[in-house]
Design a protein around this ligand. Structure first.
Ligand SMILES: *[C@@H]1O[C@H](CO)[C@@H](O)[C@H](O)[C@H]1NC(C)=O
Length: 310
């Protein structure tokens, strides 16, 4: 409970507003009990002087929007309708899109053979993760603009987006492995941050993904560029990365990236996707922070999640 948070000496608290709880039909009427629930939490946090960080979209979506038009695969998701000054629009769009539309582990569990971790009944792992991230970015940018135009001057808050990260160490010092490690960073960080900082996807993604990677119009690119005050970061562990020959045939995110992941220097490459049962790596978190500052000039960073992966 919140008194305990305060007694523990924690200065900030981050939580997510469940869209399904607040607006059960996806749009329109607000559920008064949901509103009261979040109001009470915020009041208690304010009372104890705890800095509040809120995430708007954290992996869950009202089922009705999924049924009606396919959720994040459709631009229709963007139609929507202060005591908190730290607003995060989307949690982990990079890993969320892969888990929800590539491997099918998270709702809505879409994937296509042979890329699913579960049995694939609907979806397209070659295209949908890229479409979903494209929609996340456009939705984020619209919300950030709305916040900046209508609320920021009065509320004096900040708006940002969260990304999932692991640090990647090269498996060997070979040029191929060093390039693979850079590719991994471009696919993980650059996928989200190059549009946000420079207005377009990384060159290596455009090259490897080709026509399956959606493109931004000039207007969209301008909307996205600079549409954040801070970046929220989730980091648990680090991995070793080596080069993997580009395979012929159908591809997904991992094959587009053409790398192998390993949990340690002594293990064989993991199969589909990245291993997660890996010890936490505080040094890796420090390296990610340095990389984001150097590569993208990001100086306002909040660590939203870290520690032992569950
Ligand atoms: C996925 O989409 C691509 C591009 O439209 C298409 O070539 C491919 O056949 C689709 N795969 C599946 C499994 O539907």
């Amino acid at each position: 409970d919140i008194k305990l948070i305060s007694e523990t000496g924690l200065e900030a608290y981050r939580f997510s507003i469940s869209w399904s709880r607040l607006i059960p039909n996806g749009r329109g009427a607000v559920n008064p009990k949901g509103l009261q629930f979040y109001n009470n939490i915020i009041d208690e946090l304010v009372k104890h002087g705890i800095q509040i960080h809120i995430t708007l979209h954290h992996l869950d979506l009202p089922q009705i929007l999924e049924d009606e038009y396919g959720g994040w695969l459709s631009p229709r998701i963007m139609e929507f309708g202060g005591r908190v000054t730290y607003w995060t629009t989307v949690n982990e769009p990079n890993i969320g899109a892969i888990a929800a539309y590539g491997s099918g582990q998270l709702p809505p569990g879409r994937c296509s053979d042979p890329f699913g971790i579960t049995k694939c009944t609907a979806g397209n792992s070659s295209t949908e993760p890229y479409i979903a991230v494209h929609t996340y970015l456009l939705a984020h940018a619209s919300v950030a603009r709305l916040y900046r135009e209508k609320y920021q001057a009065v509320q004096k808050g900040v708006v940002g987006i969260n990304i999932y990260s692991f640090w990647s160490y090269p498996f060997t010092d070979s040029t191929a492995d060093l390039e693979a490690t850079q590719r991994c960073k471009d696919f993980m960080f650059g996928w989200i941050l190059e549009p946000l900082v420079f207005g377009d996807y990384p060159e290596v993604m455009k090259k490897n993904v080709g026509s399956r990677l959606p493109s931004f119009t000039k207007v969209q690119s301008e909307l996205i560029k600079g549409s954040f005050d801070f970046i929220g970061l989730n980091h648990y562990f680090s991995l070793y990365v080596s080069d993997r020959q580009t395979e012929p045939g159908i591809r997904d995110y991992n094959r587009d990236m053409s790398i192998y992941y390993r949990a340690s220097r002594t293990e064989p490459p993991a199969g589909q996707g990245a291993p997660t049962n890996v010890p936490s790596d505080p040094k890796g978190l420090q390296l990610v922070l340095g990389y984001l500052k150097e590569t993208y000039g990001i100086t306002q960073l909040y660590v939203h999640e870290n520690g032992k992966h569950i």
